[in-house]
Design a binder for this molecule. Sequence first.
Ligand SMILES: NC(=O)C1=CN([C@@H]2O[C@H](COP(=O)(O)OP(=O)(O)OC[C@H]3O[C@@H](n4cnc5c(N)ncnc54)[C@H](OP(=O)(O)O)[C@@H]3O)[C@@H](O)[C@H]2O)C=CC1
Ligand SMILES: O=C(CO)[C@H](O)[C@H](O)COP(=O)(O)O
Length: 492
Amino acid sequence: MAENNTNRKAQIGVTGLAVMGANLARNLARNGYTVALHNRSSEKTDALLEAHGSEGDFIRTETLQELVDSLESPRRILVMVKAGGPVDAVIDQLVPLLDKDDIIIDGGNSHFPDTIRREKDLAEKGLHFVGVGVSGGEEGALNGPSIMPGGSAKSYESVGPMLEKIAAKAEDGSPCCAWISTDGAGHFVKMVHNGIEYADMQVIGEAYDLMRSVANIEPAEQAEIFKQWNTTELSSYLIEITAEVLAQVDSKTGKPFIDVIVDQAGQKGTGRWTVQSALDLGAPITGIAESVFARALSSSNSAAREQAQKGFTDGLIATTGVATADPEFVEDVRRALFASKLVSYAQGMDMLSIAGKEYGWDLKLDTIASLWREGCIIRAELLAEIMEAYKDEAPANMLLAPAFNKLMEELVPSWRRVISKAVALGIPVPVFSSSLAYYDALRRDRLPAALIQGQRDYFGAHTYKRVDAEGDYHVMWSDDLREVNAEDAHVH
Ligand SMILES: NC(=O)C1=CN([C@@H]2O[C@H](COP(=O)(O)OP(=O)(O)OC[C@H]3O[C@@H](n4cnc5c(N)ncnc54)[C@H](OP(=O)(O)O)[C@@H]3O)[C@@H](O)[C@H]2O)C=CC1
Ligand SMILES: O=C(CO)[C@H](O)[C@H](O)COP(=O)(O)O
């Protein structure tokens, strides 16, 4: 049902009816809410109503004033427009039309500093602003996404029940939606989710490349391998869709579909933001960073790639390493993929823990892992175990939780063999190898960081700490090489 009826009131309005907004509106309507619809250009509103108007109770509106007038008070307006300037533009148009205590919900992939700014500005005007991370793509938005809401606890009392109703449900029936923390926390968690998503996709790509380049396993055969892997501890949405992409045959040429796609990966920005933010926080998300750079390397300078293919001829680039699909090699790749994937999740969780302290957010890592169990792009069987690992006392690092510690020990030999083979044959595995370096660095008794401290003290009197005494020290490098207490020498 869809009417322009000024007497009827909707419980929520949605503005921005592209794929995500349209499907979230339908999801809300299917769950029994009366939903007011608005889009900058009314074609999308009409297209939605024509195709799906019978799915629930919708109110068609043409202007933002009509949208506002169609809502019960306090008003709830879900903004699903392009992230960035368009969100500010919509907020600026909405604010003069709203009353105290009305709630604007931004469900797009907004950058969390923008969300912090918007929440503060709107709070000063007596309005609530809720930045909500939504993951699950088009299909998830319709049938149940993973939802990560920030904003004030008070606003969650009003929007939480609706969001929980439309969210994906985990196996135990709990909704994949819970209040994360104040202001930009929801968008921050969604951003880190996307960082993990980038790494997860890249490690799958590296496994594919290894099996194809080293063992000549063609895409159709790999589709079966990924399907089988999806029945193991690797079981996840991304492994599942990888099998489908690899099974696809191009209708124009009859070639494997993967072979007709230009090998230059795009990105909209959330992975890049994750790395930028990690640099600010000093969070060592090395695998996630490599996955963002791998996309950049694939696409930023195609002329350099073309010339290097002809110019870098050290004879190591593999055409084949293993003659056939050696099952032991394939199992090694599976294990290497799983180990690298575990590192990506561990790095993401570590970044959340650091950010919680820095931004004053009480981030519950077990709850966050629980929200990612269903509905989102990184949903995986593994997340139930991650949730358990953070349930009581959070480990200093996810990999140190007993279950993962033991698992990593089992995976490491395969991981090393696969990376050695890749390096020997000249196949780039940036996330496999940086993840192993991260694991090795964590477990190493002495790191060369000691030498870096010595160098810093030499050229900049930056001081160092001793392993056997408290305090900060400096060596009089350009004098008599005496060690002095930094405080006495007035250096820091
Ligand atoms: N696509 C996906 O899989 C996912 C997307 N997201 C995020 O959800 C949000 C919506 O994504 P998606 O549905 O893909 O849509 P897009 O990001 O493609 O945005 C299109 C929508 O934004 C509207 N819009 C653009 N500029 C303005 C403006 N200045 N004023 C008013 N409206 C404007 C468009 O209106 P018009 O029709 O008039 O042009 C249209 O409704 C984005 O932030 C995206 O990053 C989050 C998770 C997954
Ligand atoms: O948020 C998402 C899923 O969680 C979107 O799909 C996201 O836009 C994908 O990112 P990119 O285009 O950078 O690969």
